[in-house]
Design a protein around this ligand. Structure first.
Ligand code: FAD
Ligand code: NAP
Length: 312
């Protein structure tokens, strides 16, 4: 049966940005509703140890997100397991359509739908995700001290990740499908000067291989894009850095985006080009993409929504 719910603030997304917005909006007595989406808890539920969340030397990603959910709930956020399939922003209150059939009307909306790393789409890549295959060097690089690592991609992210990983790895091989990087010149310059990095041009990953017990990567088979020749490249870590896709489907036609789809917010603010719609976390962030920065933006969005509602 269809149902309509009204809220002062609708939070879309249940990663660090969404739950933090929930905590702050609840404490502002706005009785927010938070819709979790297809991945309750967000990207951190796809990883194991998180070692850079302040206050926890080490915490399992899924555990951290369960705690964030409980915190938001305890403060008064109503958390709903639903997916928003459409958001009408041309009139107020804003109207969000839930996959469940519920319609949510809201005086203000906080978008916290995050971003998804792009993957190669190989079955072997899927098998070793979280066990040697990663899309986040900042998060997982530390686990490969003294080991050989492969980074895949030729953009800014791949080059930055390769450079960052030299802090830990004995050797980083940058596997790129062409012989030209699309990264900025200054980054390419740093890459070429770094003795620990070896580019492997005109190659793509054919397969990731490793052990089953314990699950872990032992290497990759790479294919030459011109000759088709397959070569074996032993390594313990494979970092896929072929771009991130912000989950902007709800607003890509109505809000300004840049850098490949990230929602543009006003300087030092989470306000978007539509008054009353705020955006926080990886959805807006092509640069840092961390749990703590997302949480910080979730806080900002709730405070800004509270002020905006008080003034309108
Ligand atoms: P996300 O966590 O991406 O959450 C987005 C949320 O939006 C999800 O709950 C999803 O269900 C919801 N959603 C999307 N579309 C809809 C919709 N239509 N309707 C309703 N809900 C919707 N960062 C660190 O700081 N430390 C780490 O160690 C670390 N490790 C990582 C390991 C991995 C494998 C990955 C992938 C990322 C890692 N990160 C880490 C990055 C971190 O996870 C992200 O920066 C952070 O989760 C972004 O938070 P967010 O709230 O913006 O969005
Ligand atoms: P990107 O610029 O889109 O580059 C993706 C790279 O991955 C490209 O080199 C591409 O190869 C390669 N690739 C894509 N799909 C592939 C596949 N299936 N197999 C093998 N390789 C594949 O992505 P990004 O580097 O994440 O950057 C995204 C945006 O964020 C860009 O606008 C970038 O400038 C920005 N960014 C900026 C900074 C910074 O300012 N410091 C840092 C990071 C990102 P081809 O080159 O052959 O297409």
């Amino acid at each position: 049966m269809s149902d309509t719910r009204h809220t002062r603030v609708l939070i879309i997304g249940s990663g660090p940005a969404g739950y933090t917005a929930g905590v702050y909006a609840s404490r502002a007595m706005l009785n927010p509703i938070l819709v979790q989406g297809i991945e309750p808890g967000g990207q951190l539920t796809t990883t194991t140890e998180v070692e850079n969340w302040p206050g926890d030397t080490e915490v399992q990603g899924p555990d951290l997100m369960v705690r964030m959910e409980a915190h938001a709930k305890a403060m008064g956020t109503e958390i709903i397991g639903d997916i928003i399939t459409k958001l009408d922003t041309d009139k107020r209150p804003f109207v969000a359509h839930g996959d469940s059939g519920t319609t949510y009307t809201a005086d203000a909306v906080i978008l916290a739908t995050g971003a998804r790393a792009k993957w190669l789409g190989l079955a072997s890549e899927e098998k070793f995700k979280g066990f040697g295959v990663s899309a986040c060097a900042t998060c997982d690089g530390f686990f490969y001290r003294g080991q050989e690592i492969v980074v895949v991609g030729g953009g800014n992210t791949a080059v930055e990740e390769a450079l960052f990983l030299t802090n830990f790895a004995s050797k980083v091989t940058l596997v790129h499908r062409r012989d030209e990087l699309r990264a900025e010149k200054i980054l390419i310059d740093r890459l070429m000067k770094n003795d620990k990095i070896e580019p492997l041009w005109f190659h793509e990953i054919e397969e990731v291989y490793g052990t089953d017990t314990p699950l872990g990567v032992e290497g990759v088979k790479v294919r030459h894009t011109k000759t088709g020749e397959i070569t074996d490249l032993p390594c313990k870590g494979v970092f896929i850095a072929i771009g991130h896709a912000p989950s902007n489907e709800l607003v890509k036609d109505v809000l300004e985006t840049h850098m490949g789809g990230y929602v543009v917010t006003k300087p030092d603010s989470t306000a978007t080009s539509i008054p009353g719609i705020f955006a926080a976390g990886d959805l807006t962030d092509h640069k840092y993409r961390q749990a703590v920065t997302s949480a910080g933006m979730g806080c900002m969005a709730a405070l800004e929504a509270e002020r905006w509602l008080a003034e309108t």
